[in-house]
Ligand binder design. Structure first.
Ligand code: ZN
Length: 225
């Protein structure tokens, strides 16, 4: 029988994504074989990050401050707001260096199967923000090319259809079923460049054929009930 504390460590490690029982055992034995200060450093890093990091009160990205550096940066374009699912997506876009606007992090995607509805996401605060920040002209939906990403984008686009805003979605190039996190810089740049305006027709939200700065086609704007 394994010592109780070792079993506990394995049990905790198994809760990490992609870690099964075998990997958990390997990691746990490795941690025990580390120098004591290394192992304690790891544990403390987890504690410190978990205690210090919170959501930015404006965009909900992770930060140690009340307001994150991007929201505080006066050189970021206040006219563009990119909506992403996860804090790590902000990282991915920032690393690509192709975007100079601001962000809004939803902390998830709509998923009825996982019991994730609009209330679990930061959608209410997105609407608040759009209502109060008149500088925002364009909302760019940069959500994963998955069913949940699709459903979430349509849901938000529908909420915003009467708002005096342009709503766009990242265009081609994003791998179907792929997440932003694993998309390379060039693909992100192309997807941003090729973003499409979201229009409403009787069938619901769909993407227009034009670029966002093009005029919408006539007859593309009537809304369904
Ligand atoms: Zn922020």
């Amino acid at each position: 029988m394994l010592p109780r504390s070792l079993r506990e460590l394995m049990f905790r490690l198994q809760k990490l994504p992609g870690v099964g029982p075998k990997t958990a055992a390997r990691l746990a034995y490795h941690i025990l074989s580390m120098r004591e200060e290394e192992a304690i450093g790891l544990a403390e890093a987890i504690l410190t990050a978990r205690r210090r990091i919170r959501e930015c009160s404006i965009c909900h990205a992770y930060t140690e401050d009340e307001v994150c550096p991007i929201c505080r940066d006066p050189h970021r374009d206040p006219r563009q707001l990119m909506v992403v699912a996860w804090p790590k997506d902000v990282d991915a876009i920032e690393k690509s260096g192709v975007y100079r606007g601001r962000y809004h992090v939803l902390h998830g995607l709509l998923s009825p199967l996982e019991g994730k509805g609009p209330e679990q996401l930061r959608i209410r605060s997105l609407l608040e923000r759009l209502k109060t920040d008149e500088r925002i002209e364009e909302v760019i939906l940069a959500l994963d090319a998955t069913t949940e990403g699709e459903v979430t984008a349509n849901f938000i686009a529908r909420l915003l259809r009467d708002a005096p805003l342009t709503v766009t979605r990242l265009g081609y190039g994003l791998p179907v079923g792929g997440s932003l996190e694993f998309t390379d810089e060039l693909t992100l740049a192309r997807a941003l460049e090729g973003r499409r305006k979201v229009e409403f027709s009787a069938g619901g939200a769909k993407e227009a054929k034009e670029k966002p700065d093009g005029r919408p086609e006539e007859g593309e704007t009537p809304r369904s009930g």
